[in-house]
Design a protein. Structure first.
Length: 181
């Protein structure tokens, strides 16, 4: 089995993690309807900071078969990729200085761009579609709906959940077909 397929199947095309992080985005939108903007931002930071361990728990609950071989180094890419998000927080902070309602749109643009390297790692072009849709929706909302604080949380979360489901279906079909052959 090649490294990309092994990685894709081990992590189910990032489906468990996508379902978790997408849900956290949507919950953050809901939280913003009942609490202050500052509490929502803190909630979002805390929730998304722990999304990977929660995603791993979901992956284990799904009883995903197999582990990656020791010679597969693809998993080493993701700690570096995950650093792009916290290292870019100053950019989001600067955008929010102008308009606090740009918090979720700015993060959406950042996360959309963050998904582009997943195309190579998972060998799934659907990550390019997801990344572009998130960047475009975040940009559109930030430009045309500048008075909405939560809209980008809902759209980004929904897109991530949708593509998590799509990736799950794609990879489960791939696993099923590889077991038949």
């Amino acid at each position: 089995m090649n490294n990309h397929r092994e990685f894709r199947q081990t992590y189910l095309g990032a489906a468990p993690h996508s379902l978790v992080v997408g849900t956290l985005w949507v919950i953050s939108g809901i939280v913003s309807n009942y609490t202050s903007t500052m509490f929502t931002i803190l909630f979002f930071f805390f929730a998304t900071a722990i999304n990977f361990p929660i995603g791993e728990l979901v992956r284990k609950l799904m009883k995903v078969p197999g582990k990656m071989s020791k010679d597969n180094n693809l998993a080493k890419l993701f700690p570096l990729l995950s650093l792009t998000i916290p290292l870019s927080i100053p950019m989001v902070f600067m955008a929010c200085q102008y308009n606090i309602n740009w918090f979720f749109p700015a993060f959406a643009i950042l996360v959309g761009a963050h998904y582009l390297p997943f195309v190579w790692a998972y060998q799934m072009p659907t990550f390019a579609i997801l990344g572009v849709l998130i960047v475009v929706s975040g940009s559109f909302i930030g430009y045309y709906y500048q008075q909405s604080f939560d809209l980008a949380a809902y759209t980004t979360g929904s897109l991530i959940i949708l593509f998590g489901i799509i990736h799950f279906i794609i990879v489960k079909r791939e696993i099923r077909l590889s077991q038949v052959v």
